[in-house]
Structures are given as structure tokens and as C-alpha cells.
Design a protein around this ligand. Structure first.
Ligand code: MG
Length: 225
């Protein structure tokens, strides 16, 4: 029995070592990304959240508000297609689509490739829309100045406490779709805010409706652009 247990320890340990290497490389490349963006005077934001949380619509609204005074680059991470990139581009940003295939998050290498191959001179804002997922992006920092985690109240009141890691690693948490509150009697937004601040007392927590625009001003202030 004891031997059996030992046999199981070794492969698991090896996987952890491999992952440590991978994450260390990602971390180093993320720092390089941050340097490149700083040199170009470009502020960078990594937007994470589940599929359907409202990342793309919020980005559309932000670009709409900022495009007249800023040159905006958006990197859209998706498993496939460029539907989101096309939606955002209409509002005046240059959008670069990255299809990650089987990978459930963007990593620093994806971003580095764009920064190296695309002429980023003149751009002062970079928004990165990560692949729709509340778990995988916590493994891969990208080198952005700020990470914004977006959840919607339709994901359930406990969505924040179920995913503490991303909230620990973010500077802004957006609770979206508050226009649907009258239809969701079981949801306490106050409880969601409480959960977010318990996980990370330094978070700016913003309640927002991308649909009506409520809360968008507060988000723009928090972005400190
Ligand atoms: Mg999207």
C-alpha cells in the first residue's frame, strides 16, 4: 500500500516542477511586456471574466468614450473566431485577434508576439480582452498595469467567493448587468461587494450596467487614464 502511494508521488511532483518553469518564464516575459509598453507610453489593462460576463460590451463602451482622445489598441483572446474584435473595432480601436485554440487563457508570450510584430508607436492605451474564463487567467500574468475582473449578477451571488484568486490578483472588480437586478430576487449585490473586499481590500469594486451605461463613469475614473 505504502509503495503504491510513493509511486503516485513522483509523477505529480514532476508536473509541478514543469509548471513552475512555465510560470517563471511567463512571469519574465510579462515583465518584458510591461517594459515595452512603458517605453511606448502605453497604459495597459487586462480584462478577465467568464464567457457572457460582458467583457466585450464593456470594452465597446469604453472605446466609444475614449477613442476621440486616445489611440487605442485592443488584443482579443478567444479560442476561435474574431466576433468580439469586429464588434470593438467599429468603435474606433485597432483590434488584433489571438485565437488560442485549446488554451483557456492568454499568456505573456501571446502579448509579446503582438508587441514585437505590430507597430505600436502612437498607441497610448492597450486593452487586452482575455479568453472567457474565471480560472485559467490567474495562472498567467500578462504584464498589464491593471487587471480588471468582470462578473455579472447572472453568474450567481457566490461567483466571487468561488473564484478568489482572480480577485486577489486584480485592481478593479466590475459587477455587471445590474439592470437585471429586478429580475433576480435572490441576488444581493451588497453581499457580492462584501465578498470581493474580503478577498482583496484594495480592490475598486464598481457596479455597472454595460447596457444602460450606469457605472461607466466610475469605471473610467478607476482606470485612471
Ligand atoms: Mg468577449
Amino acid at each position: 500500500m505504502e509503495n503504491d502511494d510513493n509511486e503516485h508521488v513522483e509523477p505529480v511532483k514532476r508536473i509541478i516542477e514543469l509548471n513552475d518553469d512555465l510560470l517563471a518564464n511567463n512571469e519574465a516575459l510579462a515583465q518584458k511586456n510591461a517594459e515595452i509598453c512603458r517605453e511606448h507610453g502605453m497604459k495597459t489593462f487586462d480584462i478577465v471574466g467568464a464567457i457572457g460576463a460582458g467583457k466585450t460590451l464593456i470594452l465597446e463602451k469604453l472605446v466609444e468614450r475614449l477613442a476621440s482622445e486616445h489611440k487605442i489598441l485592443v488584443i482579443n483572446g478567444d479560442v476561435t473566431l474574431r466576433i468580439d474584435a469586429d464588434r470593438i473595432e467599429k468603435h474606433g480601436a485597432k483590434c488584433i485577434q489571438i485565437n488560442t485554440g485549446h488554451e483557456c487563457a492568454l499568456n505573456a508570450y501571446h502579448i509579446y508576439n503582438v508587441l514585437k510584430k505590430f507597430d505600436i508607436s502612437g498607441y497610448d492605451l492597450l486593452f487586452i480582452e482575455n479568453v472567457g474564463n474565471l480560472i485559467c487567467p490567474s495562472d498567467f500574468v500578462l504584464g498589464a498595469d491593471m487587471r480588471i475582473v468582470i462578473v455579472s449578477i447572472t453568474e450567481g451571488e457566490h461567483v466571487i467567493r468561488k473564484h478568489p484568486l482572480l480577485f486577489k490578483m486584480s485592481q478593479i472588480a466590475v459587477i455587471n448587468k445590474i439592470d437585471l437586478l429586478p429580475h433576480l430576487e435572490d441576488i444581493s449585490v451588497d453581499r457580492m461587494i462584501e465578498d470581493a473586499l474580503k478577498i482583496n481590500p484594495n480592490l475598486s469594486v464598481i457596479t455597472l450596467s454595460a447596457k444602460t451605461g450606469e457605472g461607466l463613469d466610475e469605471l473610467l475614473v478607476a482606470l485612471n487614464i
